[in-house]
Design a protein around this ligand. Structure first.
Ligand SMILES: C[S@@+](CC[C@H](N)C(=O)[O-])C[C@H]1O[C@@H](n2cnc3c(N)ncnc32)[C@H](O)[C@@H]1O
Length: 240
């Protein structure tokens, strides 16, 4: 795939475990690819700011945190959910980095580590956290809401009162994480797409990353793009 929007920049400030927290068992996502998919998704929308985004399989919140930091002035609300309560807690910790106070707390924490252990890695992380802080706008805040949810359960999103412009998600692919919650569902992605409908704005974009094996078709969504990148693929759909 040819990148249209994002150069092969240095994204080391976003490295998982540096400022954005990492926990064993949680996956991350290539920053350049995340931002490319986000900007391709925006290109299919009429509105270009004041965006609400949602990740229904948010894991540790790496993808959402990176997108929030890189697009702070375009995004007004971030929603994330996962079936795993530990993932929800982990995302809540990471998403705090989208506030000045949360980022300052993280800087203080890493500074204390540096004073205690004098490690270069901590010094680098402090520098990165300060760089990331410059991406935040002190005059605006992103509304965030992270909750436990089984996206394969048809009823679980019906009581949510938000509407998303962009859903972007990296679905389970079986190595470290697999689908949970509905053993009988054979067509996971179709269920995911159908279950998202109650929270989609008209014309909303749904971008799904998966391994190449997962197939998805739905008559309620038009496929705008399909791209292969290494072992991954992503598809971008518009809600009809
Ligand atoms: C590949 S990971 C997502 C990683 C995430 N994008 C990040 O950047 O940290 C897939 C996630 O899907 C979650 N998951 C599995 N089955 C689910 C279901 N039925 N409903 C919601 N989340 C589910 C797993 O718990 C896992 O955290």
């Amino acid at each position: 795939m040819q990148y249209k929007y994002i150069e092969n920049d240095n994204f080391e400030d976003f490295a998982c475990g540096r400022v954005i927290k990492h926990k064993p068992g949680f996956t991350n996502f290539p920053v350049r690819l995340a931002q490319e998919i986000f900007l391709r998704s925006v290109s299919f929308l009429e509105k270009k700011d004041n965006l609400t985004i949602y990740d229904p399989c948010c894991g540790g919140g790496y993808l959402l945190t990176v997108l929030g930091l890189l697009n702070f002035d375009m995004i007004t609300a971030i929603y994330g959910s996962d079936i795993n309560p530990e993932a929800v807690n982990h995302t809540m910790e990471n998403i705090e980095l989208l506030t000045i106070s949360g980022m300052e707390r993280r800087i203080k924490y890493i500074e204390n580590l540096y004073h205690e252990y004098q490690k270069t890695s901590h010094q680098d992380a402090i520098k990165s956290a300060k760089n990331l802080k410059t991406l935040l706008n002190p005059n605006v805040s992103i509304h965030t809401n992270i909750f436990e949810n089984n996206i394969l359960d048809v009823d679980d999103l019906k009581n949510q009162d938000f509407k998303a412009d962009i859903v972007i998600t990296d679905v389970p692919y079986g190595n470290m994480v697999s689908w949970n919650g509905n053993e009988s569902s054979e067509d996971f992605i179709r269920s995911l797409l159908d279950n998202l409908i109650p929270i989609l704005n008209p014309g909303a974009i749904v971008a799904i990353c998966s391994d190449k094996k997962q197939k998805f078709l739905s008559d309620k969504f038009a496929r705008m793009e399909k791209q292969l990148i290494g072992k991954r693929k992503f598809e971008i759909f518009r809600y009809k």
